[in-house]
Design a protein around this ligand. Structure first.
Ligand SMILES: [Zn+2]
Length: 446
């Protein structure tokens, strides 16, 4: 399995193009990934319905699907966006457009940079988040201002003096470049509007490859500047560099703040919250695929957005929204902490294997609802878990449940239907991801 994965990553690397380049008219190809039928491509990963002009499910369910994590090489993970973010989709705003404009003015942000100088109605329903995948510093062989050291990330990429932050990769108006998105953010918290929000431009293959008429004006796109390097960082002689590797963190907090403000502005113009989406999820069925956005911290984005909304809901405009990464939300995992006045700090779950070497073997998992940590124990625990502790959180559609993660945030196990309101004695199914084993679970106590 390991070998197969490596081969597939290398194959992806060879065909991967930067987000911006893939939209050039010369590469408007609509080839499908292996074993994908045209019907599957028309439906996409999230069940697009041409007649409804929507993906499957409620706005919240669509957001859960469309914000599935985008992993290295465009692998799509399970849904893991916070429900506070996804449940807002499609609902009315709790403040006016005028309030957003007043906030922008108070914070010295030009309304033009947020798409707020036009009164034309929007038709968009989806707020599509991209990364530019550029500049690719593995493509340069001699130092440039944007890539001062070939095959390395620019050390000043998060500083105002990094040229891409001021030029927006050459897309800052006036420019002769073709618009590749409606708006862009840079890494120091600035933005530009490249195409009026009410206009249709193609920034995903999904909107022109099949059923283009039904998707016209449906997707509002935002590019977020992110440099890349290849894997390997220096391509072998005679080979072209890929752009597989993104910096960590993928985006700056200032960039999330401006992205959140653009999301607010576009939703205020639309009259309800747009459905947030990741580019790579929308285009997941298409070959020559897109892997953006990489290293997008959906929890931090949710937190920044919630802070911004709180400021907008106040009668008095607040200062620039500053949200600490260390801030602790009131109920980070959505679990009941308090039942009948009693603090409920630990849940215990018994898992029992149902296949392969795990069949009939059991393990225990404790969820600490105060810290969001999990620990797995038991004589057979090594059969199921490569790592035995980490953080957990509720994830969403297609099956609501709980994800256990290891220290590197990859999935250690998944407990279908285990949510905050699950009663003691409830049962369900699960998957120990690291070992590939299946199990049933029972909530033993809480
Ligand atoms: Zn993109």
């Amino acid at each position: 399995m390991r070998t197969a994965f490596v081969v597939s990553v290398i194959a992806t690397a060879l065909i991967l193009e930067s987000c911006a380049r893939a939209r050039d008219s010369s590469s408007l190809t609509c080839g499908l990934n292996e074993n994908v039928s045209i019907a599957e491509a028309r439906a996409s990963l999230c069940g697009f319905d041409v007649a409804r002009r929507r993906f499957a499910g409620t706005a919240s369910e669509q957001a859960r699907c469309l914000l599935r994590q985008v992993k290295l090489g465009a692998q799509i993970g399970a849904p893991n966006a916070p429900s506070r973010l996804t449940d807002r989709a499609g609902t009315p705003l709790s403040f006016s457009r005028q309030r957003v404009e007043a906030y922008a003015t108070q914070n010295n942000i030009a309304l033009a940079d947020l798409g707020l100088t036009s009164a034309k109605p929007l038709t968009a329903e989806y707020f599509v988040i991209h990364d530019t995948s550029a500049p690719n510093c593995s493509e340069v062989t001699t130092p440039t201002a944007s890539c001062p050291a070939p095959a390395q990330f620019p050390p000043d990429r998060d500083q105002p003096q990094w040229p891409v932050n001021s030029s927006f990769g050459g897309h800052k108006p006036p420019t002769t470049l073709k618009p590749t998105a409606h708006a862009w953010t840079n890494r120091v918290g600035g933005s530009i509007v490249e195409a009026p929000f009410e206009t249709h431009i193609s920034h995903v293959k999904f909107d022109y490859c099949h059923d283009a008429d039904s998707k016209r004006g449906l997707f509002l796109g935002v590019e977020n500047i992110q440099p890349r390097i290849g894997k390997p960082a220096s391509p072998p002689p005679g080979q072209r560099a890929n752009d597989l590797v993104a910096p960590v963190p993928g985006f700056t907090e200032a960039q999330y703040r401006r992205l959140a403000l653009l999301y607010v502005a576009a939703s205020a113009r639309r009259g309800h919250w747009l459905i947030p989406a990741f580019h790579a999820v929308i285009d997941a069925k298409y070959a020559d695929g897109h892997d953006d956005p990489q290293n997008f911290d959906v929890v931090l984005f949710d937190r920044v957005l919630a802070g911004l909304i709180a400021s907008l809901e106040k009668a008095d405009p607040g200062p620039n929204v500053m949200v600490s990464r260390a801030a602790t939300p009131a109920s980070p995992n959505g679990y009941e902490r308090n039942i009948g006045g009693e603090s409920v700090a630990h849940w215990t779950i018994i898992g029992k294997g149902t296949n392969e070497e795990g069949a009939g073997k059991s393990f225990g998992v404790t969820l600490d609802t105060d810290t969001g940590k999990w620990i797995a124990v038991g004589p057979s625990v090594d059969l199921f878990f490569a790592t035995k502790s980490g953080n957990y959180r509720i994830v969403a559609a297609p099956e609501r449940g709980t994800r256990l993660e290891n220290a590197s945030a990859s999935e250690a196990a998944f407990f279908t239907n285990l949510v905050g309101s699950t009663p003691v004695g409830a049962t369900g199914n699960g998957r120990a991801s690291e070992k590939g084993l299946l199990f049933t679970w029972k909530l033993d106590s809480k």
